[in-house]
Write a protein that binds this ligand. Structure first.
Ligand code: ZN
Length: 159
């Protein structure tokens, strides 16, 4: 095994641990006492269902975020990572993360001429790229985020 191969394995293990940790003890789980935006996400393929709550200030800063629901480890971990990531961001920055995550997991990873976004911990989700069915689990919360910020009335669905 080459040194690089070992490093890749270490990174994969780290990502797996991060996903399991967030799935077992999700951050920001539950309703917000005060919320301005909400959206539901449904992934019928896997049975994942979640509700995302946002508290967005007048200056468009996301003051707080949380989620409720049930689903597989990937969908819960992804929602947990999402809420961890977006608190303190401006709404349009959160949309950039939505674009970056979906580009990274579904597309070619390119932002099409726009400045790249540092995914940070969200890279832990990239293991699902090899499993197209799980990609929907990983992107569900992100689609809900997009709907919530765009005030879509219909639930976000992966279908
Ligand atoms: Zn799932």
């Amino acid at each position: 095994m080459t040194a690089t191969g070992k490093q890749d394995d270490d990174v994969r293990d780290l990502y797996r641990e991060l996903i399991l940790d967030h799935a077992r003890s999700p951050r920001h789980f539950g309703k917000l006492p005060h919320m301005t935006h909400t959206a539901e996400g449904i992934n019928p393929l896997c049975g994942d269902k979640l509700k995302l709550y946002l508290d967005v200030a007048d200056d468009d800063t996301i003051r707080d975020a949380s989620f409720e629901g049930s689903g597989c480890a990937i969908s819960v971990a992804s929602a947990s990572l999402l809420t961890d990531m977006i608190v303190g961001l401006e709404a349009n920055q959160a949309i950039r993360y939505f674009e970056a995550v979906t580009a990274h997991l579904v597309g070619d990873g390119k932002m099409h001429g726009r400045a790249p976004v540092d995914l940070g911990k969200l890279r832990a989700l990239e293991g699902v790229r090899e499993f197209p069915a799980r990609v929907k689990c990983a992107t569900l919360a992100w689609h809900a985020l997009h709907s919530a910020l765009r005030h879509d009335a219909a639930p976000a669905t992966t279908e």
